[in-house]
Design a protein around this ligand. Structure first.
Ligand code: NAD
Ligand code: MG
Length: 298
């Protein structure tokens, strides 16, 4: 029998043959160009109706963690609206095809999240195309390393905050009037929120902000029956890392410093998003679910 996410397996041995070499792509990067290929759960994620009939908007749904989440949501029965950059059409088409194969509705809404107008149109397009929205996954992100703050240009600092923080604010603000009690918002933070690298000052700061945003908003929306939570990935094999998310010479040892001793795959993140999206987590609010290979967090 083929492996799925329920197969009993030693997590240290899962992906034991994964050995990335030094590589680099220009931003935003493509899953199609990653070697080895990331596991998005294409062959392994098995749905069981946990999100039947839900309508989900996922940003950065073309690749990496967002793509694995889109596949999982679709196989759990949710319709999916995908946001991504126009340059990522190749990845987005492939994921949209896999989502469609699950028998749900998929719509693709490319654009640039640094533009508040696009963020608002994205929500409007989702509501129009899917007939509503009851799951919002703010997942898109920008991470470009910088070794010396005096050379961190204003534009990068601004772009990183626009993509990671402002877009989350703009989209959430636009989506809330459409979200009924029972809806769920899931933000993507990072282990960088607690254990910031010296070369990710701007990025790590956005991730700490996302944690605080999540915990504050969760309290505000609790009485309305809308739950807000976050997922905090550790080192996960995605295009984000090879587009100067870190120095190319670090790629070969990516993830080895975790207690599990290896990088994670996007497929290992998707179940966390499914849990926080579904009513199974009805009493879980303002939580940050760490999926990081064992690195201790506060
Ligand atoms: P990824 O490159 O596959 O996904 C990031 C996506 O963000 C891109 O596919 C792109 O569609 C989107 N994006 C970036 N800038 C955009 C813009 N201006 N407009 C519209 N879309 C834009 O990489 P990923 O690792 O799956 O990233 C998903 C999330 O996970 C990010 O928030 C990232 O910070 C977070 N994360 C990743 C890791 C990791 O090790 N990969 C660790 C912790 C947190
Ligand atoms: Mg991408």
């Amino acid at each position: 029998m083929a492996r799925d996410q329920y197969t009993f397996i030693d997590p240290t041995q899962l992906y034991a043959d994964f050995e990335p070499k030094k590589q680099h792509q220009p931003e935003p990067g493509l899953d199609a160009e990653l070697t080895p290929k990331a596991d998005l759960g294409e062959e392994s994620y098995r749905g069981s109706g946990r999100l039947t009939g839900r309508k989900a908007l996922i940003t950065g749904a073309d690749s990496g963690i967002g793509a694995a989440t889109a596949i999982a949501f679709a196989r759990e029965g949710a319709d999916v609206a995908m946001s991504y950059l126009p340059d990522e059409e190749v990845d987005a088409k492939r994921i949209a095809g896999i989502v469609q194969d699950a028998g749900v509705t998929v719509i693709t809404l490319p654009g640039d999240l640094r533009d508040p107008e696009y963020c608002r149109d994205l929500v409007a397009g989702t509501v129009e195309g899917l007939g509503g929205i009851d799951i919002l996954v703010n997942n898109a992100g920008k991470q470009v390393y910088n070794e010396d703050l005096t050379t961190l240009d204003d534009e990068q600092f601004d772009d990183t905050f626009k993509t990671n923080v402002y877009a989350m604010f703009w989209i959430t603000k636009a989506a809330l009037p459409h979200m009924k009690a029972g809806s769920a918002i899931i933000n993507t933070t990072s282990v960088q929120a607690y254990k910031p690298s010296e070369i990710l000052v701007d990025y790590a700061s956005t991730k700490a902000t996302i944690n605080a945003f999540t915990k504050a908003l969760a309290q505000q929306l609790a009485p309305k029956g809308i739950r807000v939570n976050a997922v905090a990935p550790g080192p996960i094999w995605t295009p984000l890392q090879v587009t100067d998310g870190q120095p190319p010479e670090k790629i070969a040892e990516f993830g080895e410093q975790t207690p599990l001793g290896r990088a994670g795959q996007p497929a290992e993140l998707a179940p966390a998003y499914v849990f926080l999206a579904s009513a199974e987590s009805s009493y879980v609010l303002g939580e940050t679910l760490n999926v990081n290979g064992g690195t201790p967090t506060p």
